[in-house]
Write a protein that binds this ligand. Structure first.
Ligand code: C2E
Ligand code: CA
Ligand code: CA
Length: 698
């Protein structure tokens, strides 16, 4: 206590003379003190209200007041206040007794010289005691907070062995204190927290930095829970880390309720499907995927027609039952990664992201999807409490998602516009938003409707287009397919062959073409002017990869006694490239039969002659586009020239197709082309009108 501070002393003393004596003694000792004398109990009580006293000096012989009562009175007001007895006489025994009653010290009146020192020491001690008590109080409160905290608190040493756990820890984990003290906190880890979490934790706190993270821990009873933890190193004043304290909150319920809220916000209660908000979110991701992959996506929205009627007629529970049944059918019939949502009372949406890269093909796939769903939803729904079953019509709108960047709500919007159009146009159950897709799809369904019967109805005819050598001598023909529809339309192969491929109809059609070609070769072999001619047949990918293709080819050759090398099969690069190993094996088998192979449309694909080297082709057909550009475009001419040279180097005969004008022929002849086909020589004509005439070349 500094000397500048004035001590406030309460002196309980009945004799003024004694008070004076004390005052003087303190003054002589240089003590800066103010003394306030009281001599009656009421005055003492009143004075104590002031709370300002640093010490009480007390004369035991105060009349009318018992010592113990006075001390109790003083202590009740200020427990830490030093009380010093200043008395005339006191026995040692009494003094000890008084000290036990809370007296700080005592000074006999005949040794007042001691008094200043006693006061000073008592005041200093009281200050120290007050401070210590405050610290202890704080510590006690802290301990209470830690102990009663609803979050688990663990203190470990650095090994780390547990030194302390609070009540919440015991409640959360099911382990008692005794079971965990001295053990490693990893007793809670049964491998559900990734090891990387621990690695990161130790790396962090070893540096003396606080770590925050999540643990999936296991209780004593085996159940697991999710904890959010903050782990801090505890440093001593010298900087040493001696302990770690972990504060952990069980967030299992929090996560559960987060998940519940997420479900509420994003999912339809009845069907469990994503709602409109979540669907839009997923659409954004689909947009990105489509942009990256270059594949098409589709969004299809469908309305349950007459849903209000179902509700009115059978009750809303029946309505709910129908919706659930639709959700189940959609889920069961769509690829696993499709997105299905319920985006309105009677409206669902389906999103698929991995349709073909090719526009037309993708439209066809989307169309097939609509058809499949329509078919599935036509089946009646069995509904509890309804006699018989419930049926409804379905209207759909489709929008093809392309690489073009479009906002999710725009995508959904377009599909819904298409849906509205389909509704307005009662002939259509579904409608594309993209008008060109719509016409493609309409065309396709028109074609498809007829294609199934075309073979049976004998609507296909083969046309022959003659082929010539450099001198104009007829060498053979290419067979080109035509479809004569009953309504008089003649459909070119480019229009129906892709559809026939998709539907698998190409297989019987291709068989038919091969058979007609073989019969023709047989027929030609019987006439001297045609017996040496060859016939080229186009083979599509699906047909070529058909398991029994070679077998059936061999059978036909045999059945029609065809000279094998009079038959040429034309394959495009894509047929070969799709499955190079298998293609190579098949081609060798075909070559072994004696049949020749031509690489069709050369120049339009990858056109790598490198791989051609390994494949048993006999003929290279330069694509029409190069031939027709040859005279106007030097690079085309250069390509044709190089192709012919390379073809010859690989021992291939080179045929130019689509030769339309004399200049093209002149150039090709200069380049050394082996064979020619094109309108300049002959157009394709129906087999029965075809004649084996040579060309008169200029
Ligand atoms: P491709 O194999 O390249 O057939 C040549 C096409 O070019 C034929 O068209 C032919 O009529 C046409 N062409 C011939 N010379 C000229 C010319 O000088 N100028 C012009 N502008 N065009 C000419 P087409 O008959 O419409 O056949 C188209 C494609 O359909 C064929 O192309 C072929 O890939 C496919 N194809 C035709 N018949 C069959 C078949 O029986 N089976 C299969 N799988 N595909 C066939
Ligand atoms: Ca061809
Ligand atoms: Ca061609």
């Amino acid at each position: 206590m500094s000397d500048e501070t004035t001590l406030e002393l309460l002196l309980i003393e009945d004799t003024e003379a004694d008070a004076l004596l004390i005052r003087r003694r303190l003054e002589q000792a240089g003590m800066n003190a103010r003394i306030h004398r009281v001599d009656r109990t009421e005055s003492v009580v009143e004075a104590m209200e002031a709370q300002m006293w640093d010490a009480v000096l007390y004369d035991y012989t105060l009349p009318g007041m018992h010592f113990a009562d006075t001390v109790e009175l003083l202590r009740s007001k200020r427990p830490e206040l030093p009380v010093i007895l200043v008395s005339g006489t006191v026995s040692e025994e009494l003094a000890i007794n008084l000290l036990n009653h809370g007296l700080s010290d005592f000074v006999l009146k005949d040794s007042l010289l001691r008094l200043p020192g006693v006061i000073r020491r008592a005041v200093d001690n009281a200050g120290e005691r007050t401070r210590r008590q405050a610290a202890e109080d704080q510590l006690r409160k802290l301990a209470m907070v830690v102990e009663q905290s609803p979050t688990s608190i663990i203190i470990t040493d650095t090994t780390p062995a547990i030194e302390y756990v609070n009540k919440a820890f015991v409640e959360t984990t099911g382990y008692s204190r005794e079971e965990v003290l001295g053990r490693n906190p990893s007793i809670l880890n049964r491998g559900q927290t990734p090891p990387t979490t621990y690695a990161e934790l130790w790396a962090t706190i070893a540096q003396g930095v606080v770590w925050k993270g999540e643990f999936r821990n296991t209780r004593k009873n085996g159940s697991t829970y999710l904890e959010m933890a903050t782990i801090a190193p505890i440093r001593q004043p010298d900087g040493r880390i001696t302990h770690y304290v972990a504060v952990k909150t069980d967030i299992t319920e929090l996560r559960d309720s987060e998940a519940r809220i997420h479900r509420l916000i994003n999912f339809d209660d009845l069907t469990g499907l994503p709602n409109r908000a979540l669907l839009l979110d997923r659409l954004r991701q689909v947009g990105l995927t489509v942009q990256r992959s270059g594949q098409h996506g589709v969004i299809l929205v469908l309305d349950v027609d007459g849903f209000k009627f179902i509700n009115d007629m059978h009750g809303y529970q029946a309505g709910n039952c129908v919706l659930s049944s639709i959700a189940a059918r959609l889920t069961a019939n769509l690829p696993e990664h499709s997105i299905i949502g319920r985006i309105g009372a009677n409206r669902f949406a389906v999103v698929i992201e991995d349709l073909s890269r090719q526009h037309e093909r993708a439209a066809a796939q989307a169309h097939d999807l609509a058809e499949l769903l329509h078919e599935q939803l036509q089946e009646p729904h069995l509904v509890d409490g309804v006699d018989g079953s419930v049926r409804h019509a379905t209207t759909m709108g489709l929008y093809l998602i392309t690489r073009e960047r479009e906002k999710p709500d725009r995508l959904l919007n377009k599909a819904e516009i298409a849906l509205q159009r389909a509704r307005d146009d009662s002939r259509n159950t579904w409608q594309f938003f993209n008008p060109e897709m719509q016409s493609l799809v309409e065309q396709r369904s028109h074609l498809e409707a007829g294609l199934h019967q075309a073979l049976e109805n004998r609507e296909f005819r083969l046309f022959f287009q003659s082929q010539f050598d450099a001198d104009g001598k007829l060498t053979g023909a290419e067979a080109l397919l035509r479809w004569f529809r009953p309504d008089g339309e003649i459909v070119p192969p480019d229009h129906f062959i892709p559809l026939a491929e998709d539907t698998g109809l190409i297989l019987p059609i291709g068989e038919w073409v091969l058979e007609v070609a073989c019969r023709q070769l047989r027929e030609w072999s019987t006439h001297p002017e045609t017996s040496g001619l060859s016939l080229a047949v186009n083979i599509s990918a699906r047909q070529f990869h058909q398991p029994n293709f070679i077998e059936s080819l061999a059978r036909k050759l045999k059945a029609f006694k065809v000279t094998a090398d009079h038959l040429v099969l034309e394959l495009t690069e894509s047929v070969v490239l799709n499955n190079l190993l298998e293609a190579e094996e098949r081609m060798r088998a075909i070559r072994d039969l004696g049949v020749r192979l031509a690489l069709d449309d050369f120049g339009t694909g990858f056109s790598s002659l490198a791989y051609l080297q390994h494949l048993p082709f006999h003929i290279l057909k330069i694509d029409r586009s190069f031939v027709s550009n040859m005279t106007s475009d030097n690079s085309s001419a250069a390509i044709v020239r190089a192709t012919i040279a390379m073809g010859h180097a690989l021992d291939l005969k080179v045929t130019a197709e689509g030769v339309e004008v004399q200049e093209e022929l002149d150039l090709l002849r200069r380049f050394g082309c082996d064979a020619y086909q094109g309108f300049l020589f002959a157009r394709p004509v129906a087999a029965e009108n075809w004649t084996p005439t040579g060309a008169k070349l200029a």
